[in-house]
Design a protein around this ligand. Structure first.
Ligand SMILES: Nc1ncnc2c1ncn2[C@@H]1O[C@H](COP(=O)(O)OP(=O)(O)OP(=O)(O)O)[C@@H](O)[C@H]1O
Length: 227
């Protein structure tokens, strides 16, 4: 479902004399349907950079990323958009939303973009908001003023509202209390059970141990340190 081969990445610091920093070389991994793989490695090893490339946000220097058979490296923007709409779900640490859009519509939006009727999309969004313990009085309000943990749960609800075949999770339990963390771990387990391929960064070791089938250490992809 996710197939990464020989991926490389350098950053060019244009405001610092064009200094080129190679951060990744020869990165390779795969995630099969029904599997959750955790990215590990010391701080600065390149976990977020690798995730951002797989999400289509950072341009790799070379190599291949295939998502459900579609090549992402060098793909046209509309191919990336189509992948994100129906195939590649994503839960980031931080919520970025348009102001004044109610939380329930923020969560329902990925379904609306797929053509799901408004009432059905809303009902599914409400089910997730309820499950993630977002108080009903907040559902009609914009999440811009929500607490850190509430915003993270809105992000999680958005990421799980459609049964994406591929899911990228960046610290999905970072600012959650024990009860909500358990809800997220259950959502991940259910996604695995329906066959989703999941790649995640989990600094929370207990959460990582609970859901990951395998770990990939990105330190091995650091230029000059590869085995
Ligand atoms: N936009 C950028 N411009 C320049 N360098 C960057 C950029 N993003 C990341 N880097 C560099 O790439 C390397 C890998 O960073 P990355 O954030 O991927 O590490 P990480 O493993 O996710 O770290 P952490 O666990 O601390 O979040 C670091 O040396 C970082 O400074």
């Amino acid at each position: 479902m996710i197939q990464v081969e020989n991926l490389s990445k350098s950053f060019t610091l244009h405001n610092q004399g064009g200094t080129v920093i190679p951060v990744m070389a020869g990165a390779a991994l795969h995630v099969d349907p029904g599997e959750c793989v955790g990215l590990v490695g010391q701080s600065g090893a390149g976990k977020s950079t690798l995730m951002r490339m797989i999400q289509g946000n950072y341009l790799p220097g070379g190599g291949s990323i295939r998502i459900a058979g579609t090549e992402l490296v060098g793909a046209a923007p509309r191919t990336v958009t189509a992948l994100r709409r129906g195939t590649l779900g994503h839960v980031s640490q931080f919520l970025r939303v348009l102001p004044r859009v109610p939380a329930v519509d923020v969560v329902a939006e990925p379904l609306r973009a797929l053509g799901v009727p408004a009432a059905t999309a809303r009902a599914q969004a409400e089910g997730l908001l309820w499950r993630l313990n977002i108080p009903r009085r907040l559902w009609a309000l914009s999440p811009t003023t929500f607490s850190g943990g509430e915003q993270q749960r809105i992000n999680i609800a958005r990421g799980f509202v459609h049964p994406y075949p591929v899911l990228l999770l960046d610290e999905p339990t970072a600012s959650l209390d024990a009860a909500n963390r358990q809800v997220v771990l259950s959502l991940i387990a259910e996604a695995k059970a329906r066959g989703a391929a999941i790649l995640g960064i989990f600094h929370d070791a207990e959460a990582r141990d609970a859901v990951c089938d395998r770990l990939v250490d990105v330190t091995g992809f650091t230029p000059g340190r590869a085995a």
